[in-house]
Design a protein around this ligand. Structure first.
Ligand SMILES: *Cc1c(COP(=O)(O)O)cnc(C)c1O
Length: 340
């Protein structure tokens, strides 16, 4: 068995011992199966391949200061996968099934869970796909829910590093009545081009504006946006943003810490008024933004002096302390995984 160099694990795919799978056939979910194969054997006419009938989730397991392994708000991921499934007419996996599979895939891959102290975690990727063969456009009758894991390093190796973002006006990620509020691969397909263009210009990622009027901030490709103004945490309310569990939790935490939370449309011009801006999601928790450029409108906004702002830093520290069991969890967000 190879030793894992916990200090140097990248943020990317790596192979582990097992994944867990559950098939939906003849109107019901089967038993959880354990597999050691990295591949799926699937009909070439599967609806997930042709018509994008698929959805996914992302969550992490954290080894705490006390050595116990915790997951964070797993039930929220389960409920979001149900909403995703309903939106693209897939069979929604029961919350209990989702939860059981998350626990099993962690227990089965125990030796890949990074120990405390490296900022590294075990990333869990649940994937739901239509596997039935259909060529007419209609939902599949069969589904596969699969969960695999991989150890991932901290998103920021050298600490919390602010990034540059580009406002995207040439492409939309999601339409107001489209699938922006659910976690389907199609939204990512729609965002690949603009992300690539932003990266070519030296930006870390893109910020999308609302597709209808291009007046309001929507979100950042795979992460939600928030701005800090004095003691206020302000995040967009929109019909095409994916409800981030990190954002929802940060709003609760911010309120608990005495900040005021506003969830409302955020006009583009307001970028000039924020003290700090950031994107948030499971992968990096909070990514502070130091510069936002709008090449089409010829505008540029800068934040701080290249360092993360005090409010982002405060929220980040308090939030990750709960995840890593360094401070009490007053919200009941974490659950300890049993290893028997
Ligand atoms: C997954 C995702 C997020 C982040 O959600 P978390 O639950 O916080 O990880 C934000 N935006 C999009 C588009 C996403 O797919």
């Amino acid at each position: 068995m190879q030793e894992i160099d916990w200090k140097n694990i990248p943020f990317g795919f790596s192979e582990t011992d097992y994944n867990v799978r559950c098939y939906y056939r003849n109107g019901s979910w089967g038993k959880i199966e354990v597999s050691s194969s990295n591949t799926i054997n699937m009909h070439m006419a599967a609806t997930s391949l042709h018509y994008g009938q698929e959805g996914f989730e992302g969550l992490k397991a954290y080894t705490g200061k006390d050595g116990q392994v915790r997951i964070f708000r797993c039930e929220e991921n389960a409920k979001r996968m149900q909403r995703t499934a309903e939106r693209v007419l897939m069979a929604p996996p029961p919350v209990e099934l989702f939860h059981e599979m998350v626990k099993q895939v962690i227990q089965l891959n125990r030796r890949f869970i990074p120990p405390y102290g490296y900022g590294a975690t075990l990333y869990i990727r649940p994937l739901l796909i239509g596997t039935g063969a259909e060529i007419g456009v209609r939902p599949s009758k069969e589904y596969l829910l699969i969960m695999f894991v991989m150890p991932v390093g901290p998103y920021f190796k050298d600490g919390f590093k602010p990034v540059d973002m580009m406002i995207c006006r040439d492409f939309d990620r999601a339409a107001p009545l489209g699938t922006g509020t659910v976690k389907v691969g199609g939204n990512y397909a729609a965002s690949l081009m603009s992300l690539e263009l932003a990266k070519q210009k030296g930006f870390s990622s893109t910020i999308y504006l609302d597709a209808r009027e291009k007046k309001y901030i929507d979100e950042c490709g795979p992460a939600n946006f928030f701005g800090i103004k004095g003691k206020k945490y302000i995040t967009p309310k929109s019909e095409s943003v994916l409800p981030s569990i990190t954002n929802m939790s940060l709003q609760q935490l911010a309120t608990h810490l005495g900040y005021e939370v506003e969830r409302r449309p955020v006009p583009f011009e307001e970028l000039a008024e924020f003290d700090e801006t950031a994107e948030c999601g499971t992968a990096a928790v909070i990514t502070p933004i130091k510069r936002i450029v709008d090449p089409v409108a010829g505008k540029e906004f800068t934040y701080g002096n290249g360092e993360a702002g005090p409010v982002c830093t405060h929220l980040y520290k308090e939030y990750t302390a709960i995840q890593f069991g360094e401070s009490p969890d007053p919200f009941g967000w974490t659950e300890v995984i049993d290893f028997k």
